[in-house]
Design a protein around this ligand. Structure first.
Ligand SMILES: [Fe+2]
Length: 248
């Protein structure tokens, strides 16, 4: 069984389509999404349609929650807040309803794996450091936890003494695979489809091959100039437009 793992699409349909195309070449059986389908980008309707067409098992992200009107963007920076209000206005009622009904993580996928948006501690918490990872490892017995929110593709592996961090690098290739070892727990971020922040502007996703016990990470180029043009036409904040080109 091969699971196509997506996170943080952020209304970027060009990036989503590029990931789907690449994942089809690589092969997958089902789709999992760690949330933040909308927010920041210019195509929230198309992003939701895309996720639904994939029959993705998905949890909500903080942007989905706020765009749905379940919460107000009081913790958001001014750019993100402006994008949330734009997204709310752009979404027809059935789409807002879809976001409202997305489940809150953690969500069990199999006996081995679960999804969370930010962290097991809270959907809005970030897992950036080994200390963050350690706090989360103590809250679960699941070997695999897929998370998003930070927009950094990364794997944290539990060790008997603390945790070891395995930052994922794409400098040499567009593909890398990480082995799942029995007895160890992994926290896995597939990276962000629609707004990567690790310095690489290419869209990011992962495939969990359960039979081969490995996680594959992929990067794909997409037409970000087109996404930026649409954002300009929608009068979305310049900061959000510029950052796509830098992957920051
Ligand atoms: Fe996000």
């Amino acid at each position: 069984m091969r699971y196509f793992i997506l996170s943080d699409i952020h209304s970027n349909i060009e990036a989503l389509e590029a990931c789907v195309q690449r994942a089809k070449q690589a092969g997958y059986d089902s789709v999992l999404c760690c949330g933040d389908i909308v927010g920041y980008g210019p195509n929230p309707v198309e992003a939701i349609d895309g996720i639904r067409q994939l029959n993705a098992v998905t949890i909500r992200g903080n942007h989905d929650r706020v765009a749905a009107g379940l919460d107000e963007p009081t913790q958001f920076n001014p750019h993100a807040r402006r994008a949330v209000y734009w997204t709310r206005a752009a979404l027809p009622e059935p789409y807002l309803d879809y976001l409202t009904k997305l489940p809150l993580g953690p969500l069990d996928i199999t006996a081995e794996a679960q999804l969370v948006h930010g962290a097991l501690t809270h959907e809005d918490d970030y897992i950036f450091t080994e200390a963050d990872a350690d706090e989360n490892f103590q809250l679960t017995d699941k070997p695999l936890t897929f998370f998003g929110h930070s927009h950094f593709p990364v794997v944290f592996c539990s060790e008997e003494k603390g945790n070891s961090l395995q930052p994922i690098s794409y400098e040499f290739d567009e593909f890398i695979a990480v082995k799942c070892e029995s007895g160890k727990k992994l926290l896995i971020n597939p990276g962000s489809v629609g707004q990567p922040r690790d310095g690489d502007p290419r869209a990011s996703f992962a495939i969990w091959d359960a039979d081969r016990a490995r996680i594959e990470f992929y990067r794909v180029e997409y037409d970000l100039t087109l996404t930026q043009e649409k954002m300009r036409a929608a009068n979305l904040p310049g900061y959000l437009i510029d950052r796509l080109a830098h992957g920051r």
